[in-house]
Design a protein around this ligand. Structure first.
Ligand code: FAD
Length: 399
């Protein structure tokens, strides 16, 4: 068994294989030199300096997992069942691709001093002294990472301007009416949010400047780019393994790829969701926790002749921004009906998305109970009465 990528999905796959009774060799290969670590704390406690690191508490040696760090996978030859790496070829019987995602760079800013990304422990460690200097900071992108970074930078006492090309924060994830109340969160935290703002270039200097396409210039002691991530799969070119439009590995409902005995899981792969009737590419932590269990069950089960396990989760994620705990479960489209629970100007409210009277997704701000109850209803596909659902004083239940 060879697992490529020693992030959440790769580590969980190796651990799940052992938990599910796999006794053969397990090799876990990761490009980063660090002990495998968790990413969500990077934009929260690790950045603030209230946690030193976020290494997983996994005893790889005790589990008999051969962990090879600082080793980059360069290609796969499925016919020969060989993974080519920077340390030489590694033969496999079964291979799991878990190389995650990499942040999208702002065109023209590669190598410009003072421009940062936030994906790795090294990125977070580079950003900590930037926060300590309390410079003016320009954040590019008002998505999840941009909002979390802006939150921490304000807490650290930096002046923060967030520039966003769309007309609202979280434009890729939420419809206008749901994102609208979030605009005020920036102002309340003392961060400036400029929408319809495109960065033309970043000029280095002390401080540098961010030049927008309307000609305005923003002083920037540092620039942090959070404009999304794409699957880290360029190294699979020429392998014959089928990739999708975003470069993601196209897995099937058992998380198998188009190559025999090669699976893919976590941020690098999409899968067809029977529940939502479309292919999902999920870049969230819970998917990197749940997917590996299905992969391990299928690998162990295939050897024992057990019926295959299908992966069809209700996606879930959380974000901590501007003093709020934001959670989302499910998957919605613009055709679904939106229903509010509570006042979006207040500190705690939820939004439900309904399709044919069934809850398909829920966003909860400071209402973790709604999230827990809603997630169960989404999983069960229970028919709901919209009138009852809209009353925030009532628990979320079918009738
Ligand atoms: P990754 O974590 O990206 O791990 C993949 C690993 O593979 C990396 O270590 C990479 O170096 C390695 N790799 C890549 N290419 C190769 C190669 N060719 N050879 C060898 N190794 C390779 N999600 C939430 O739900 N809530 C949150 O609050 C949240 N906060 C986040 C904050 C930050 C700053 C970031 C970056 C992400 C956050 N996420 C959050 C998303 C979550 O962390 C990811 O969904 C999760 O890490 C995905 O795990 P993964 O193992 O698939 O990929």
């Amino acid at each position: 068994m060879v697992v490529v990528g020693a992030g959440m999905a790769g580590v969980q796959t190796a651990v799940a294989l052992r938990e599910q009774g796999f006794t053969g060799t397990v090799t876990l290969i990761g490009a980063e030199p660090h002990q495998p670590y968790d990413r969500p704390p990077l934009s929260k406690a690790v950045l603030l300096g209230t946690a030193e690191g976020s290494a997983f508490e996994v005893d790889f040696e005790a589990l008999g997992i051969d962990l090879r760090l600082g080793c980059e996978a360069l290609g796969v030859r499925p016919d020969a069942r060989v993974l080519d790496t920077s340390a030489g070829p590694v033969p496999y019987d079964v291979l799991v691709l878990a190389t995650g995602a990499e942040p999208i760079r702002l065109p023209g800013t590669e190598g410009v001093p003072g421009v940062h990304l936030l994906r790795t422990l090294d990125d977070a460690e580079r950003l900590r002294p930037v926060l300590a200097r309390q410079h003016d900071i320009v954040v590019v992108g008002a998505g999840w990472i941009g909002a979390e970074f802006a939150t921490v930078a304000r807490e650290a006492g930096c002046a923060v301007t967030v520039v966003e090309a769309a007309d609202r924060p979280l434009a890729g994830a939420l419809p206008p009416e749901v994102a609208a109340p979030m605009r005020a969160w920036y102002a309340d935290a003392g961060a400036v949010l400029r929408t319809h703002a495109r960065v033309e270039r970043v000029e280095p200097g002390e401080p540098g400047e961010v030049v927008l396409d309307d000609g305005s210039r923003l002083p920037a002691g540092a620039v942090v780019v959070g404009i999304g991530a794409r699957p880290a799969t360029a190294w699979l070119a020429g392998s014959g393994i089928e990739l999708g439009a975003h470069g993601e590995v196209l897995a099937d409902d058992r998380l198998r790829t188009s190559a025999p005995d090669v699976y893919a899981v976590g941020d690098c792969a999409s899968f067809p969701s029977g529940r939502y009737g479309e292919r999902l590419l999920v870049h969230h932590w819970d998917n990197a926790l749940q997917g590996p269990r299905t992969v391990a069950a299928n690998i162990v089960g295939a050897a024992a002749g057990v019926a295959p396990a299908v992966y069809d989760p209700v996606p879930y994620f959380w974000s901590e921004q501007f003093g709020r705990f934001v959670q989302y479960a499910g998957h919605h489209t613009s055709a679904d009906t939106i229903l509010w629970r509570g006042d979006p100007a207040g500190p705690a409210w939820s939004v439900c998305w309904l399709r044919d009277h069934r809850l398909v997704a829920l966003l909860a701000v400071g209402r973790p109970r709604d999230l827990a109850q809603g997630r169960r209803l989404i999983e069960a596909g229970t028919a709901m009465d919209p009138r009852l659902l809209a009353d925030p004083a009532r628990p979320l239940k079918a009738a």
